[in-house]
Ligand binder design. Structure first.
Ligand code: HEC
Ligand code: HEC
Length: 342
């Protein structure tokens, strides 16, 4: 279970952290939802060891903010941005090293800042980062530059995975980025996620930037996506063949398919126009492939275009696509695209 969640729960007898991570403000009686927003800027970095002093500070700051009546946007999709209180312990354990290193190009090494550490050696990525395999090299280069220039951010300010991506780009030469982009663009895109429609889902808790199954009774999915590894140990080992299940709301895949196909009378635009037939991308499409990618990742991107967190010039075509979409639409589109073969 998330470390901070444990502290909060014991301090104020909050309900299960999953409830607030999923934005269930009512169930958390307001306090939990505020707490998770305030804590985020203090989330551990790789160089920050949690001391009891840090924890106390967080609690004091959050309690003060609560008293002052600071409240987050009530519809912020917290569920799409799981945190990770135990990052330090996890990323320094031997298990967190890549399991296999196929002859890497220069930009790849077992170093934690190497692209393959996060996006995995074959570039098929994990739900908290992104699938790079098979994306056009020019698109990969443009995105890395956008992160470096801070034109591409996460919609949740300071969300650690995105911050670490930015860190990874700061001291990389253009030549190294080009070589990494060339390498990842040649890797075959594969899907490791099974998308399942269900209104009640197994008990789960916030793990490290993702959910993990836990003992307990089923929970209602509501209007969210719960994506989690089938086998936590393989996820922790950064096994490139680890598989995932994404629970999505009932009916979302078909709703997403219809919306993607028709644009619903101008509410949005047919996605295949720019993302290629069956959303598989390709040489003639201005947008990257979407099929078979992690649905939580896809949702975060749609939401980032809408909030303006992702606003580099090349992202302009997406602004009008998302302008009128609801979060439910974005969940539907993500569920549909993720369920297609890459
Ligand atoms: C510490 C982990 C980490 C490292 C190291 C890392 N990335 Fe990332 N990368 C991420 C995360 C997390 C995201 C998603 C960020 C978001 O969506 O806000 C991302 C996103 C991307 C994207 C966007 C993909 C898309 O479909 O738009 C590209 C391209 C990318 N990374 C390339 C690279 C390259 C090249 C390197 C090596 C120079 C690298 N990354 C190193 C974590 C990392
Ligand atoms: C007019 C062209 C156009 C249309 C129509 C369009 N897109 Fe896009 N989309 C793009 C471009 C271009 C990008 C890359 C933006 C960038 O470089 O930052 C993109 C990026 C994205 C991304 C981020 C991908 C990644 O790897 O991070 C998602 C998700 C996405 N689009 C979903 C959709 C969906 C869903 C639809 C249909 C409802 C759609 N798009 C319709 C042009 C389009």
């Amino acid at each position: 279970m998330c470390l901070m969640a444990t502290i909060w729960s014991s301090a104020w007898s909050l309900p299960d952290p999953v409830l607030w991570a999923r934005g269930n403000v009512a169930a958390a009686k307001g306090v939990g939802a505020i707490a998770i927003r305030i804590i985020e800027p203090y989330t551990l970095t790789e160089s920050t060891v949690p001391t009891s002093k840090h924890r106390l500070l967080k609690i004091v700051v959050a309690a003060g903010a609560f008293a002052a009546g600071v409240s987050p946007a009530s519809d912020f999709p917290e569920w799409a941005y799981p945190s990770c209180a135990a990052l330090k312990a996890r990323s320094t354990s031997d298990q967190a090293r890549p399991v296999s290193v196929p002859v890497p190009p220069r930009a790849l090494s077992p170093d934690k800042k190497a692209c393959g550490y996060c996006h995995l050696q074959d570039g098929n990525g994990r739900p908290e980062n992104a699938k790079l395999a098979g994306l056009p090299a020019s698109y990969i280069i443009a995105q890395v530059r956008a992160f470096r220039a801070q034109q591409r951010k996460a919609a949740q300010p300071g969300w650690l995975p995105t911050r670490l991506m930015v860190d990874a780009t700061t001291d990389v030469t253009d030549e190294a980025i080009a070589s990494a982009a060339d390498y990842f663009s040649r890797q075959p895109a594969k899907s490791f996620v099974r998308v399942i429609e269900q209104s009640r889902v197994p008990a789960h808790v916030v793990s490290c930037f993702i959910f993990a199954a836990s003992p307990g009774s089923e929970l209602s999915l509501g209007s969210t996506i719960v994506e989690l590894p089938v086998d936590d140990a393989r996820f922790e080992r950064r096994d490139p063949h680890a598989t995932y299940i994404a629970f999505v709301p009932r009916g979302s895949i078909e709703r997403g398919r219809r919306l993607a196909l028709t644009g619903d009378q101008g509410r949005t635009q047919p996605c295949a126009t720019c993302h290629g037939p069956a959303l598989k991308g390709g040489k003639d499409s201005p947008g990257p492939a979407l099929a078979g990618r992690f649905p939580t990742y896809l949702f975060r991107q749609l939401y980032a275009f809408q909030t303006g967190a992702r606003r580099e010039d090349a992202a302009q075509p997406m602004q009008s696509v998302v302008a009128q979409l609801t979060q439910q639409d974005m969940i539907d589109l993500a569920a549909y695209a993720a369920s297609e073969a890459p």
